[in-house]
Design a protein around this ligand. Structure first.
Ligand code: BGC
Length: 376
């Protein structure tokens, strides 16, 4: 079944892809060339909708999630229609309405905020379309399934990274925390995980918290200017920066460079993006968190295939973890995958596993660092 509108959506997406490919400085292996003009719809199989939230907050959404979801959904015999709302809540809602009206059999939601994701899920569910919350859980929402990583563990790895980086520093090391969007449940979980490691260090006086600041919409630019304000009003003193993802870390590093402090002040990150890995090899970023998004996409596709066939028992066998929704006061059946801490010594792993190409990171003056890290 393939309506005219879905075909149009697919054609429109081809255009979006072409445009974003020009601006993107990062591509995972599966994102290149072989997509033809249709972007991601083959017109074969059961139609499934996917709405991604943004492009600017992290290179992951277009660079990893989109191509991996496309491949995984196709491999399950489904016909993926993947759109990106570009951070626009209105556009997100319109895309969802279009997909619901066109009769997608499952809707996969990576929302901009819980309220929006919840509204979209409710509309789809009211039409008998099952929904999967993808990566971000919509608090108070109605999706029966959620696929993500263990996001508290992500935060723990970030906290652990900072503890490792400053283990030999004198007591009272001054830490600034640049956190994700308060409207993204993941940002809360990352923070909670970080504090598991950092709070005892703050309490003991090993570390001193200068300020912890959430950044609306994960806006990287705002993250940079906010960091600079906190840093300068602290007498231009900082010993470590916990940044919630590679995008925010990059913005922080730009500021540190201005003050000639890059490489001296450890910075954390997340997403193992090409830019993050480059900053690690350059010595400007201490660590990132590698979340194998291919696995996230594959688990989502398997769940979607089961739900598209109305086989809830099969879906339940896949989603054997559980997530807490404190707003909706319910548990959501989940797949929660394992994240990994990546420092300079492990950059090779992300490349060996095919997420980022060696050519993307081993550029110019990073050749020597690549050789040293065993990357060829
Ligand atoms: C994702 C992160 C991402 C962030 C900003 C979070 O919900 O889990 O991987 O860096 O959003 O897009």
């Amino acid at each position: 079944m393939r309506s005219k509108r879905l075909a149009l959506l697919a054609a429109g997406l081809g255009l979006t892809l072409a445009v974003s490919a020009c601006g993107a400085n990062q591509e995972s292996p599966q994102s290149n060339d072989d997509q033809g003009t249709g972007g991601n719809s083959s017109g074969e199989g059961i139609p499934v909708g996917v709405i991604l939230p943004e492009t600017a907050t992290s290179a992951r959404w277009e660079g990893f999630d989109k191509p991996y979801l496309e491949a995984a959904l196709k491999a399950e015999g489904l016909d993926p229609h993947i759109e990106n709302a570009q951070g626009d809540v209105q556009k997100f809602a319109t895309l969802a309405d279009g997909m619901i009206n066109d009769g997608v059999k499952v809707l996969i939601i990576a929302s901009i905020n819980s309220e929006l994701g919840g509204t979209v899920a409710q509309k789809a569910n009211a039409q008998g379309i099952p929904t999967i919350d993808y990566d971000r859980l919509n608090l108070g929402g109605s999706s029966d399934y959620y696929v993500s990583f263990d996001n508290v563990k992500v935060g723990e790895l970030q906290g652990q990274g900072m503890a490792d980086a400053l283990k030999d520093a004198p007591d009272g090391a001054q830490i600034i925390e640049i956190e994700g969007a308060p409207t993204d449940n993941n940002a809360t979980l990352f923070y909670n995980g970080q504090q598991k490691v950092l709070k005892p260090l703050y309490d003991s006086g090993k570390f001193k918290l200068v300020r912890s600041q959430p950044i609306d919409n994960w806006d990287n630019q705002v993250g940079g200017t906010t960091f600079e304000q906190i840093f300068t009003s602290n007498g231009s003193k900082v010993d470590g920066v916990v940044a919630a993802n590679d995008g925010l870390a990059g913005a922080v590093i730009t500021v540190l460079k201005k003050y000639k402090l890059n490489g001296k002040v450890p910075v954390t990150g997340q997403d193992a993006t090409a830019d993050g890995l480059k900053a690690i090899l350059a010595g400007d970023q201490y660590m990132t968190v590698f979340k194998p998004i291919k696995e996230e996409a594959e688990a989502t596709a398997k769940l979607a295939a089961a739900l598209a066939k109305g086989d809830k028992a099969a879906a339940d066998k896949i989603a054997t973890d559980e997530s807490d929704d404190p707003t909706g006061k319910r548990k959501v059946k989940s797949v929660l995958l394992e994240p990994f801490l990546i420092t300079k010594a492990d950059v090779k792993r992300v490349i060996d596993e095919g997420y980022v190409k060696a050519e993307e990171v081993c550029t110019g003056d990073l050749q020597a660092a690549c050789t040293e890290a065993g990357i060829s």
